[in-house]
Write a protein of this length. Structure first.
Length: 445
């Protein structure tokens, strides 16, 4: 059977894009213009572009048109990105390391090796973690303003695993979840895997648009609100205390659970109280030590309302059974002896240094971020193309992330996120100078 005519048009356009005959960033004809040009119906032209978009060859932007994507850049540039080559400066992910961290690990391993606790670390552990370890985490959370009992804490294999079990235990396929229009890509991945219906909430300069959130809750059955009130990723804002109070009031009025992601909260000195401190009965609080200590230390924790604990515990059993006892034991030793507090303070200072360096080297560009954050957001002019800028930077051996993996709305803004914590300061300085030069030439000319 012969292929439908529109399929032949899809194949022809796909071949032109892959061969480079249609250049990355090129604006394609409107649906109506393509229909007139090819002698097809407008609805058929729409179908052509939809198939090309599903193939990752074009991107459609509300109010702007359809553009050829740079297929040299991964469509998942961000959460699904493969490790970059060794000669490429990676500004996609943060994995800051401080001098002496390896020595701390050697010392901790020696202490564990001679402890009387070693034999117990070889056995299965309770699904939610050993009581003494959960008590250590409870003391740590107390310093963050959360007074909680160890029985309300579950230890996870990093904060991402904490988010995963929170979704598994409290939500079902098709549930509506309110999220920021720009949000953490790891939660988007979970939403896709568990077939959640994400509803984007516009953002203001210091948090979600709460009028829009309240309107959504009044018109749709919102089951959860996913939020990062203290150091939002990627925009870096810290939600004011008054907005936190209103968000909690909206949740109490309309019934959604709050999922509070505090992965980067340690970087902010004296923030307003966490949502979980004010509304522990309706908030699942998720954080961990991978960001604050080391990305390889996969120890996270969830603080949850008592009614959700059994379901969360079953989700841990279904996914990992229990967090590896050895890493948990090391992490909790560091929580108890002050090592975590010391490292977090050092990383706050390090992040401030890098953020100041970014403002200096990217002077004149409209950066958005927090002064002690490990990342900064660079919005581009409306007529610029983030994927083209990304491709140009890749030719300079610099890898950055576009807005695509962070976007939950129909419109993907033209912007890039720069992670500042993955390279030494001298390399970061020279790299940012190149980013500024290329951005001005490519996007601001």
């Amino acid at each position: 059977m012969a292929a439908p005519r529109y399929k032949k048009l899809v194949d022809a356009l796909a071949a032109d894009i892959r061969a480079g005959r249609l250049a990355p960033g090129l604006r394609l004809p409107t649906h109506r213009a393509l229909a007139a040009q090819e002698g097809i119906a407008v609805v058929t032209a729409t179908r052509v572009y939809a198939e090309l978009e599903a193939m990752g060859l074009v991107s459609r932007e509300q109010g702007r048109g359809t553009f050829v994507r740079d297929i040299a850049v991964s469509a998942g540039h961000g959460i699904d990105q493969q490790a970059v080559a060794t000669d490429v400066v990676d500004l996609n992910f943060n994995y800051p390391s401080l001098p002496g961290q390896a020595d701390l690990l050697r010392q901790a391993l020696r202490e564990v090796a001679i402890s009387g606790d070693l034999e117990s670390l070889l056995r299965y552990q309770p699904h939610r973690g050993r009581p003494q370890d959960r008590t250590s985490i409870a003391r740590h959370l107390g310093r963050r303003g959360i007074t909680t009992d160890a029985d309300q804490i579950l230890i996870t294999n990093g904060a991402q695993h904490g988010l995963a079990i929170s979704v598994m235990a409290t939500l079902s396929a098709g549930d509506v979840v309110a999220v920021d229009a720009l949000t953490y890509p790891g939660f988007k991945v979970l939403a896709h895997a568990f077939h959640l219906d994400l509803e984007p909430i516009p953002t203001t300069t210091d948090g979600p648009d709460l009028d829009a959130l309240e309107k959504l809750c009044a018109t749709r059955p919102v089951r959860a609100i996913y939020t990062m009130p203290t150091l939002h990723n990627p925009l870096g804002w810290v939600m004011p205390a008054t907005d936190r109070t209103r968000l909690i009031r909206i949740a109490r009025q309309y019934g959604p659970l709050i999922i509070e992601d505090a992965s980067y909260a340690y970087l902010v000195e004296d923030p307003p109280p966490p949502l979980a401190a004010t509304a522990p009965d309706i908030t699942v609080y998720v954080s961990g030590l991978s960001k604050s200590i080391a990305t390889g230390l996969r120890v996270g924790f969830v603080v949850a309302p008592p009614s959700t604990i059994p379901s969360l515990e079953r989700a841990i059993r279904a996914t990992i059974w229990n967090t590896p006892a050895l890493t948990t034991a090391i992490a909790c030793r560091w929580l108890d002896d002050g090592t975590v507090n010391h490292l977090e303070a050092q990383k706050r200072d390090d992040a401030k240094t890098r953020q100041a360096l970014a403002k200096q080297e990217l002077a004149g560009l409209p950066l958005i971020g927090h002064p002690s954050s490990y990342f900064t957001w660079l919005p581009l002019p409306d007529d610029a193309r983030a994927d083209r800028l990304t491709a140009t930077l890749s030719r300079h051996l610099i890898s950055v992330t576009t807005a695509e993996p962070f976007t939950t709305s129909a419109h993907t803004p033209q912007a890039i996120r720069l992670a500042l914590g993955s390279t030494d300061l001298d390399s970061l300085r020279s790299t940012l100078r190149t980013v500024r030069r290329v951005a001005i030439e490519d996007a601001y000319a």
